[in-house]
Design a protein. Structure first.
Length: 425
């Protein structure tokens, strides 16, 4: 293992001061006509499980008004409208079948984006080009090249982006980062991340009925729109909802579901939000399901230009750094160290009460400051997993130029679909 000493810049959590900014006029901050009472008007695209949860959080933020919802599943769209209307005690929430129509909603300011992975890039780019700020789910995009297109669209249009990697805004993960930055375990020698194994396929259609429903989408689901970024893909009754993530055409399994959480925390802590590895290698085991095909076990390692190696495995959970004085391991609801006294070594200016991840997005919409989980960081976290999939699929290490984002010395490997884009700019 390497033993390169690290020097971290001190960064405060990106709170913007709610008292000073929460009601700053939107017209002054964004150069647009402000909505009534300076409320931020939000549209929600993708209102299933995660999208519905995000919408509920935004409903409860002062100064935000959800005005429209959009989902290719008409039943989910109707349920989301009912929730919004019940909250506001009116019938004003508008339903749109297509996201481009929602983007034309009068006075719309921001979008909450929580579709399956294969739609993230196209919708995100369309939001940016329409002048909307976005709270978008992870992984940032399905493929690496389309992720760069989304980053550039957001930059070009000066849009605010917050990624739904909310661990950056929770106590134990922020403490982990602060402890590492405060040199608690000395010179760092090993960097490990654990993300889940397996494939939790939900059998929401009885097994003996699946064959009869192949190619026959239900009336409530616009399958043509749902599958559009993938291409000509016949309807399969197990894909929607939830199980899309277990098919490589739509998602990336546990590996891509979680690279935007525990691996993201490691990259954030190490100050690597703006770059990528120069080499990726690893191996994986695909599932045995007759239809779904993502990796269920894996181990991969990304090497950075300075020699640091970030290891990711599916046999444990969280982020663990080891140094000359011991180790610190963080996971959801848990922060451990080789010596518990180390956990007291927080810097004097550590902010113990940051705003919520959702509030941070709204604050930054008003201030135009960078969110705690910006687009470039989300793209780099997703690309770490995308490169791992390429290395495992091709059974060869990927030599990578993180600045140009190109494969070196392997033209065939460079053609891998995860490195291309399925959307135009």
């Amino acid at each position: 293992m390497i033993s390169t000493p690290l020097s971290f810049p001190r960064r405060k959590f990106l709170a913007t001061g709610a008292a000073a900014l929460a009601w700053a006029p939107l017209a002054r901050l964004r150069g647009q006509t402000s909505s009534p009472n300076d409320e931020i008007a939000m549209g929600c695209v993708g209102v299933g499980g995660q999208g519905s949860g995000n919408m509920t959080n935004f409903l409860n933020i002062k100064g935000v008004r959800v005005v429209a919802v959009c989902d290719v599943d008409a039943d989910k769209a109707k349920a989301a409208k009912a929730k919004v209307d019940a909250f506001y005690k009116n019938q004003d929430c508008k339903i749109y079948a297509q996201h481009r129509d929602l983007l034309q909603h009068p006075g719309l300011d921001v979008v909450s984006l929580a579709t399956p992975d294969h739609w993230h890039a196209r919708i995100g780019i369309d939001c940016a080009n329409a002048g909307k700020d976005v709270y978008g789910e992870k992984p940032f995009t399905w493929g690496l090249a389309e992720g760069r297109l989304l980053v550039e669209a957001l930059k070009k249009n000066n849009r605010v982006w917050q990624t739904g990697c909310w661990q950056r805004s929770t106590g134990e993960f922020r403490r982990f980062k602060a402890l590492i930055e405060n040199n608690t375990i000395g010179k760092l020698t090993r960097f490990e991340c654990g993300t889940p194994s397996g494939m939790s396929v939900k059998q929401h259609i009885p097994a003996d009925q699946v064959a009869a429903l192949l190619g026959k989408p239900p009336e409530n689901l616009d399958w043509k729109t749902y599958s559009a970024p993938v291409g000509d893909f016949p309807y399969h009754p197990l894909i929607h909802p939830w199980n899309w993530r277990w098919h490589n055409s739509f998602g990336g399994g546990q590996l891509l579901d979680w690279v935007g959480h525990h691996v993201d925390i490691a990259l954030w802590t190490l100050g690597l939000d703006g770059t990528g590895p120069v080499k990726m290698e690893g191996s994986g085991e695909a599932g045995t399901h007759e239809f779904f095909n993502t990796y269920v076990k894996y181990s991969y390692q990304g090497t950075f230009a300075d020699g640091r190696v970030l290891e990711v495995r599916s046999d444990f959970g969280g982020t663990k750094f080891t140094g000359e004085k011991g180790w610190i391991h963080v996971n959801r609801g848990k922060l451990e160290a080789s010596d518990r006294e180390m956990l007291r070594n927080l810097p004097a200016d550590f902010d113990t009460k940051p705003p919520s991840h959702y509030q941070n997005f709204i604050d930054c919409v008003r201030s135009r400051k960078l969110t705690v989980a910006p687009a470039e960081a989300a793209h780099r976290a997703a690309s770490f997993g995308q490169l791992a999939i390429v290395a495992m699929d091709t059974k060869q290490p990927v030599k990578w130029d993180p600045k140009a984002e190109t494969v070196l010395d392997n033209p065939e490997q460079a053609k891998h679909t995860r490195l291309s884009s399925r959307v135009a700019g």
